[in-house]
Design a protein around this ligand. Structure first.
Ligand code: ADP
Ligand code: MG
Length: 698
């Protein structure tokens, strides 16, 4: 009834089946809107579940209405007039046997005035308020009815929808799709957790709950009907992961066993430090995978500063020793450039050529690079996502390494997969991330992924002391920077994130840079931001790295990977605007050398509850796993793995926190189902994930 105010138009009852079959040009606006929401098949509509419900199954006597409650009443209009009080409005008096209620409309059409003419019988639903003229409803939903018209036998569902898809249209479409959809039980009954209804029963209940159904349990998704849906979803997800893993096991990859006396050994010997125990362990884990004829699909997770780059270099060397090429891809030009320099330092003396590919390198230089990559002369190719552009053809790509892989969007990850699959042999894939994946998340999305963990930092690191200050103590902080700089230390000043405006970011960083340069005339103060040409960025980074500059004012371009061990103080302005994972990444830029390091988080009060929780987490722990756990707690799993960029949540119904027990069940059932009931498993995945499987693999 929420839509009863909408202009009345006669529509043929929508047939969801039609929408999928009809040619795209013949689709009505609501049909197109359904399409955009992915509601193509009857099953898709049946699985499109209400956000909440409206109870239109009961009518309350007007005299019994209480202020603040939402209720439905039925009565006859006794008066309907336009009045110009402080503003023009339509006032309608509705009467039933028990009393009178005022309906107030601040916006209205002439047609509504007609619909509510005196003598008309209306059903009205809205929130009861106490007004100057007695109890009233402002902009209630209204519906004209005949005397004795029956009340609905179910709660009215309110669906997630878009502007072009009216609630009433969607309701009808869902109801008719639900009746038609093939929802037979696919899974053997004994395998379904006890106490859960069948899928059809569950959907019937969720779309059309009977009067008196427990609304809180429904709206908080705790009801057994919801449990059934969530379990099904998790099972589909686990099955598709498992299948992807089995498919991958059938693919062929080049074997890259460790070679005696190769570059890998030479690199190890030449390193200025000894590997940590954790590095030794993960290097061995990866080496074992690379020696197999199936493509590796492994995530190397390790907190910021745990030393992932050298692991990547050793793996690259192994691939090259075996006669194959390696590609290393990083999400930003600064980071890619830094990797390039480091790898050149390490590998060039050993006689290997390292190629550089980025968006900013164009023309003849790029042509030359591409030729070297295509001929196989370039053993190692380092760059941004330019490495996977379509014109880049590798002679013999054996290993692809993706650093900070969660920073790449879904589209880029898909492009990478396609690039890799274009080879006759599928290359091995190593992904690296400093954002540790909480266990439940790893179980769900990475069931298909082997995980290596660097759980140890190189020796000699002292934990970063983190302080949280209000912005009013800015002068104190500047004084502290002056001390640090006088002692020869290096400092980052990170400028706040201005939501959705790169332009403002820049203005802000420029102004801060000017102010700090004026306040600290004795220090070299540099500026780094995303809009600078790549060469200029690289020049600033180089001067900071070489110690010619003591203070670097930067936007979040320095967030990932930047490694300047002598920097030991970081100030983050407006820290309350950053996400927790991002703050942790930023802070990871200090504490990389032997000097005791500190991080100052400046914030502007008042703090929101989540803002407070984030800053407290930062002050209390520097453990990336603990940070990731708290982050998940504070904001839920949606953003991990770049799901946000795709606009498509990975799980629609299940919640990894609340539904861990269901996840466990689905996880242990999936292999058995696939082995013993392969047809049912296939049908189940098809029902749930048709069209989404590609996305889940990314
Ligand atoms: P991340 O895991 O954040 O990518 P890096 O690979 O940038 O970390 O390493 C951080 C710093 O630690 C670098 O300067 C690197 O050279 C140094 N490093 C790596 N491994 C060791 C080690 N075993 N001993 C000492 N320093 C190391
Ligand atoms: Mg790194």
């Amino acid at each position: 009834m929420a839509d009863a105010n909408a202009p009345v138009r006669r529509r043929k009852t929508p047939q969801a089946g039609d929408a999928a079959a009809a040619a795209p040009t013949k689709l009505s606006a609501p049909q197109q809107a359904m399409r955009r929401l992915g509601l193509l098949r009857d099953v898709d509509l049946a699985l499109h579940l209400p956000l909440r419900y409206e109870d239109e199954t009961r009518v309350a006597p007007i005299a019994a209405l209480r202020e603040g409650e939402t209720a439905q009443v039925e009565g006859v209009v006794s008066d309907c007039r336009i009045e110009a009080r402080s503003r023009r409005q339509l006032l309608v008096r509705l009467r039933d046997d028990s009393g009178e209620l005022l309906l107030r409309f601040l916006n209205f059409y002439p047609s509504q005035q007609k619909q509510m003419a005196p003598g008309q019988r209306l059903r009205v639903r809205g929130e009861v308020r106490g007004g100057f003229l007695g109890r009233e409803m402002v902009h209630p939903a209204i519906k004209g009815v005949e005397p004795g018209a029956p009340l609905p036998q179910a709660l009215t569902p309110v669906y997630p929808t878009s502007a072009a898809l009216p609630q009433a249209y969607l309701r009808k479409a869902v109801a008719s799709a639900l009746a038609r959809a093939p929802l037979a039980e696919l899974l053997p009954a004994p395998l379904v957790p006890k106490g859960l209804p069948s899928l059809r029963e569950a959907l019937q209940f969720l779309h059309q709950p009977p009067p008196g159904a427990p609304l809180p349990a429904l709206e908080e998704r705790r009801h057994p009907a919801w449990q059934r849906l969530k379990w099904e979803e998790l099972l589909a997800q686990q099955l598709s992961q498992l299948r992807a893993r089995q498919e991958r096991a059938r693919l062929q990859a080049p074997q890259l066993p460790v070679q005696e006396g190769g570059v890998r050994e030479a690199l190890r010997a030449a390193l200025p430090f000894t590997l940590t125990g954790a590095q030794e362990r993960v290097v061995a884990e990866i080496a074992a995978d690379l020696a197999l004829p199936q493509p590796m699909h492994r995530l190397l997770q390790g907190d910021v500063g745990s030393g992932k780059t050298v692991v990547a270099a050793l793996c690259a060397a192994a691939a090259i020793d075996a006669g194959w090429q390696c590609a290393l891809m990083a999400p930003t030009e600064i980071l890619a450039e830094q990797h390039f320099r480091k790898l050149v330092d390490w590998l060039q003396p050993l006689g290997l050529s390292v190629a550089w590919l980025s968006g900013s390198r164009k023309g003849r230089q790029r042509e030359q690079m591409l030729a070297q990559v295509a001929s196989g002369e370039a053993a190692l190719v380092v760059g941004t996502h330019a490495v996977i552009q379509h014109d880049v053809a590798f002679a013999r790509l054996g290993l692809a390494i993706v650093d900070e892989q969660h920073r790449f969007g879904v589209a880029q990850r898909l492009a990478l997969r396609h690039k890799l699959q274009a080879q006759s042999l599928e290359p091995h894939l190593l992904m690296m991330s400093a954002t540790p994946i909480p266990r439940t998340l790893a179980m769900t999305y990475f069931a298909d992924l082997a995980v290596s963990t660097l759980d140890e930092l190189p020796p000699g690191r002292t934990p970063v002391l983190t302080k949280v200050f209000t912005d009013t103590r800015r002068d104190e902080v500047v004084a502290r920077i002056r001390d640090a700089v006088t002692q020869g230390r290096q400092v980052y000043w990170v400028c706040p994130l201005v939501e959705e405006s790169e332009h403002l970011d820049l203005q802000n960083a420029t102004a801060t840079h000017a102010a700090l340069a004026a306040a600290l005339p004795e220090a070299g103060v540099g500026l780094l931001h995303g809009r600078m040409p790549a060469a200029e960025k690289a020049a600033v980074m180089a001067r900071f790295t070489q110690g010619q500059m003591q203070l670097l004012v930067a936007t979040t371009v320095i967030e990932v990977g930047v490694d300047v061990p002598s920097a030991s103080l970081m100030v983050i302005e407006h820290a309350e605007r950053f996400g927790l994972a991002q703050l942790h990444q930023l802070r990871g830029r200090v504490g990389r050398g032997v000097a005791a390091s500190a991080c100052v988080l400046l914030y502007t009060p008042p703090l929101s509850a989540t803002g407070k929780a984030r800053l407290r987490a930062m002050a209390e722990t520097s453990d990336g796993f603990e940070i990731a756990r708290r982050d998940l707690e504070i904001r839920g799993p949606g953003e991990f793995m770049g799901a946000r960029q795709s606009g498509d949540a990975l799980l629609r119904f299940a919640d990894l926190h609340a539904d861990e027990a269901l996840l466990q069940h689905a996880r242990s059932l999936a292999p058995r189902l696939l082995a013993e009931h392969p047809a049912a498993a296939r049908a189940h995945v098809e029902r749930w994930l048709a069209g989404r499987a590609e996305f889940l693999k990314a």
